[in-house]
Design a protein around this ligand. Structure first.
Ligand SMILES: [Zn+2]
Length: 413
């Protein structure tokens, strides 16, 4: 079948263009300022992929007649942001719960009033697929306005065969609807345990009903388990993820968030794409992640929102781990889609540098989704996923904290 050749377009006179080429060359580890590949007065030529990147004055002659967008030295261009950990499909409203928590209510009191994850599960089960899709569409548009060109969405507020499948079907429709954005679906039935079923029978459902059905219908790309104190044990996590791996899914783990369970090292040992949260990760876990291809996904918006102590980002980075940042967007512990705000928290409280922040929201986040072969840096031949910022310099993205996406970057691809 002949493919229609897309005519190249150019963006010229970017105040700065960060290619991130050095980040790719170092596989996202021990990133320094020179790895950002900064080009002053930069230009990019793209069709269905990136054709050329360089200084505006070096634009090759063959692109002389390509349509051009002139940024007049006022806006920066960076690789499209990748939000690699979200729980974006849910219904219900927990704003009152947040207000009560800020007013001093304990989790037990909130749970006794019917709040917490149980309330989101109830609302998500009750919602129709169309309603869930409408809610998710508005959220995805918000993420795009911040410059996000690829995003991961987890299921996990269904906690039953029917409702987990319903959520994954919604994500599948979102993939079709958002053709300019890359969406990765992650099955996370093992997010909690449903109230109406025994632990054993729910686990059996995940292994023998949900995973095979999801694999057969290609409803998810990866599988994630919440391995932590009070949630799934290491043994249960290992069983679910091993089964998922056999069925061809990528695997991920919510690891060492509430307690040091040693789960980060287990995730690395299983060959997981990522181990996420890591607030309580121990030195063995840090070493295991650094020696593996498993990306350490940090979610400092969640620690901020819960007033918890932050993950040891410096230790992870200095040990040689590839560190990514994500929003963890969810209604209970991090109600924001602003990846730039998460970068502000990471800059201030995790001690991450400008170049480490760039790597964390682009190449390393793409790697956490298995997308890094084609995304995460701006180099000829790769996908044309980039963001034109409303600022002259990349660091203004997190220097101006909590800026509104309404006047935000246009994600072009
Ligand atoms: Zn999460």
């Amino acid at each position: 079948m002949p493919t229609k050749k897309i005519k190249p377009k150019a963006i010229i006179h970017a105040s700065e263009l960060l290619t991130g080429a050095g980040i790719r060359a170092k596989d996202g580890r021990r990133i320094l300022e020179e790895d950002t590949g900064r080009i002053e007065d930069g230009a990019i030529v793209y069709s269905d992929k990136i054709e050329w990147v360089g200084k505006t004055r070096d634009l090759p002659r063959k692109y002389a007649r390509a349509p051009k967008r002139d940024l007049k030295g006022q806006r920066a261009v960076i690789p499209g942001l990748v939000d690699c950990h979200t729980h974006l499909v849910f219904a219900g409203d927990r704003s009152e719960e947040f207000a009560a928590r800020c007013g001093g209510a304990s989790y037990e009191e909130i749970a006794a009033r019917g709040g917490g994850i149980v309330s989101t599960v109830k609302a998500t089960r009750a919602a129709g697929a169309a309603e869930l899709e409408t809610l998710a569409v508005a959220r995805l548009r918000e993420a795009m306005a911040f410059g996000v060109t690829a995003i991961e969405i987890k299921s996990g507020y269904g906690l039953s065969f029917e409702s987990e499948i319903k959520i994954l079907e919604v994500i599948k429709r979102l993939k079709k609807r958002f053709s300019r954005m890359t969406i990765k679906a992650t099955f996370m039935g093992a997010h909690a345990f449903p109230a109406e079923q025994s632990r054993e029978s729910y686990l059996r459902d995940i292994m023998t009903r949900m995973l095979p059905e999801i694999a057969q219908r290609e409803l998810a790309d990866a599988c994630d388990v919440f391995v932590d104190r009070g949630y799934y044990t290491i043994e249960e996590g290992r069983a679910v993820l091993s089964r998922a791996r056999e069925l061809g899914f990528g695997i991920k783990m919510h690891a060492d968030e509430l307690a040091d369970t040693g789960s980060a090292a287990v995730a690395a040992g299983l060959g997981a794409l990522s181990a996420d949260h890591l607030l309580k990760v121990n030195d063995d876990g840090i070493r295991a992640l650094a020696a593996s291809d498993t990306v350490a996904v940090l979610l400092p918006g969640t620690a901020f929102y819960l007033k918890a102590s932050h993950a040891p980002a410096r230790k992870l980075i200095d040990a040689g781990a590839a560190v990514a940042l994500s929003t963890d967007f969810n209604p209970g512990t991090c109600m924001t889609l602003s990846l730039p705000s998460v970068m502000t928290i990471a800059a201030l409280y995790l001690g991450m540098t400008r170049s480490e922040l760039l790597a964390a929201v682009t190449y390393n986040a793409a790697k956490a989704l298995g997308l890094h072969a084609r995304k995460g840096t701006l180099e000829a031949g790769l996908d044309a996923d980039f963001a034109v910022l409303p600022f002259r310099k990349f660091e203004e993205m997190y220097y101006r904290f909590a800026w509104s996406a309404v006047r935000g970057p246009s994600a072009l691809s």
